[in-house]
Design a protein. Sequence first.
Length: 700
Amino acid sequence: MTATVTIADNPLLIGQGLPPFDAIEPEHVAPAVTQLLTELEASLADLESSVEPTWSGLVEPLQRLGERLNWSWSIVGHLMGVRNSPELRSAHETVQPEVVKFWSKLSQSKPLYEAFKALRARENWDGLESAQKRIVEAALRDAQLSGVGLEGEQKERFNAIQLELAEITTQFSNHVLDATKAFSITLTNKDEIDGLPPSLLSLAAQAARSAGEENADAENGPWRITLDFPSYGPFMQHSTRRDLREKLYKAFIGRASSGELNNWPLTDRILALRHEKAALLGFSSYAELSLASKMAPDVTAVEALLEELRQASYDAAVKDLEELKAFAAEKGAPEAGDLKHWDVGFWSERRREEKFAFSAEELRPYFALPQVLEGLFGLVKRLFGVTVTAADGQTPVWHKDVRYFQIDDEAGNTIANFYLDPYSRPEEKRGGAWMDECVVRAKFVDAGKTTTRLPVAYLVCNQSPPVDGKPSLMTFLEVETLFHEFGHGLQHMLTTVDYPGASGINNVEWDAVELPSQFMENWCYDRATLFGMAKHYETGETLPEHYYQKLLAARHYMSGSVMLRQVHFSSVDIELHHRYRSGGSETVADVRNRIAKTTTVLPPLEEDAFLCAFGHIFAGGYAAGYYSYKWAEVLSADAFAAFEEAGLEDESAIASTGKRFRDTVLGLGGSLHPMEVFKTFRGREPSTKALLRHSGLVAA
C-alpha cells in the first residue's frame, strides 16, 4: 500500500488558486497525478451511482471533478511549454496514459450521458439560461464524439487510439523543440555577418556566450545563429550571404525530418489514427468529425471560403514574385532570374526598404516592450473602460522574466489577472505565441454566500529578449503578436459568464476563437494607439509622422503572398484530414506538393519537410481547423469595420462601440452560438468585404 501524499508534501495537490511555481518540481508530477486519479476514480463512481438529471445534481459535481484534475494537469502542460526539461518530459510521459484513460472513462460514462439526456428532456429545460443549455448540449455532443455510444471491441479500439494519439502528438512536439535547439551556425568572420542589423548581432553574441563563448560580443563575435525565430527571421531578411541563407533555410524546413527526431512516420500515423477514430464514430473523415463542433457547417463551406480567398490572392502573389525578381535584377543580383526560397525574405525586405523608405529594424527603438504595454493598456482602457496595472511579486512565477498584472473595472474592482512571459528561451520554451487559461471565471454559492472566482490568463510570446542592457526592442510583427495574444486574453478575462463551461473561451466554437485576437491586431495601425506607444526608448521621442505613413503604406505590401500562404496551409490541412488515406498511392508530402501547385507561386523544394514541424495540426488544436484563422478573420475584420464606421477619431463613438464589443464578443463567451454573438454586436451576418479591403486585395 503506497502512502498518501499530502498537500504539504506536494504543491500539485493544492487543487485551487494560483500555482505555486516556485515550489513545483518535476518529481512532484507522478505522485500527485497518481494519487489524484485514485481519488477521482472514487468520486466518479460515487457520482455515477447517485447522479440526478438536474443542474446541481449533475453539471456542478461533474464540473468540480473535472476542475480538480484540470488544475494539476494543466500546470504540468503549461510547464511543458515554458520550462521543458528531460525530467519534466519523463514525468509527463509516465502519467499521461493514465490521465488519458481517466478522461476517456469520464467522457464515455453511460450514467452521466443518460443523465444529460434526461436533463435535456425535462419540462423545466426552458427555465435554464442560454449558457446552461449550451453547456448541456455541448456535453451531449462531446460524449458522442468521445465514443459514449461505442461498445466492446470498438470502444477498446477507440480508447487505444486516444492513448496512442496523446503519446505521439507529444512526441511530435518534443521532436520539433529538440530539432530547433540542435541546429546552429557559429560565425567568426566579419564577411559572414554582412548586412546583419545590430539587434541581431547583439542577440547572436548573447547566444554564443550562453553556448560557452564567454568573450563573445556584438562587435567582434563569435555570433551564434539559431533556428529560433528571433534569430532565424532577421537573418533571412538581412544577411547578404546567400550561401548562409540557403544553409539556414534548408535546416529550418528540414527540422525533425530525419534521424532520431524524424516526424515523417508520426505525421502518417497521426493521420491514420485520426481517420480510424472518425470512422468508429460514423464520420467519413476526420475533417467531418472536427467540423461537428465548429462554426463552419461542413468541408464544402470551408473549401468555398478558401477558394474565394485563393482567387483573390493568387494573381497578387504571382505579381509580388515578378516584382521581386525585377527588383533583384535592377540591383544586379545574379540570382534575379532564379529567385529561390531563401532569397524571398531578403529581397522583399530590400524592396520594402526602398519602396517605403524604412526598414523594420529602424522601428525597433520605438517599440520597447514597456512602452508597447503602456500603449496596449491605454487602448483597452479607451475601448473597454478597464485599467491594467502591474502586480509583480504578488504570486510566484516560473521564470524571472515573467510579469504579473491585474485588470480593474470602471468602479475600481479587480476583475482578472494575467501572467506575461514575453521572451524567447529556445533551450526550454516551445516556439510561437499563445494564450492559455490558468483560472476560469466561475460563481459559487457556499452556505448561502456567493463568491465569484476571477479569471487568470497565461500570455506567452517568443519575442527578442533584452540584450546588452537595452529593453526588449520589438519588431512591428512582435507588437502585432502581443496584441493578438492579448485579444485572446481579453475574451478569457472580460467574460461575464458565471458558468465555467461557457465562460471566456470555453465552449466558443474553435473557428470563432480567433475573432478577438485578430481584431486587436488592427489597432496596431490606429493612429492614437500607435502614437500612444511608439516612443524612442532612449530619447522618449514619439515615432515621426513619416514612419506612421510608411507603416500604413507598407501594410498591404505583398499581402497577396501573405494571404496565399495561409490558404496553402489551410488547404493542405483540410486535404490531409478529409481525403488522404495512409498507405495509398500518395504520401503526406505528395499531398502537400499537389496542393502547392495551385496555392504557392514558388513550389516547395523537394527536401521541404515543413509538415514535420507543423505542430498546429499535428500536435495542437488546429487539426482540420487551420482554416479557422481565415474564417475568424472574416469576423474580426468586419468587427473592426464597425469601429471604422463609427469613426476612429471620435472618442465617444469608439467608447460606445467598444462597450458593445465588450458586452457581446468578449462578455458572452460560449453562452451563445458565435453567429448569434456576432449578429448581436454587428446587427447582421458577417461579410468578407472588410477582410479583402483590409488586405488591400479589393479597392477601398
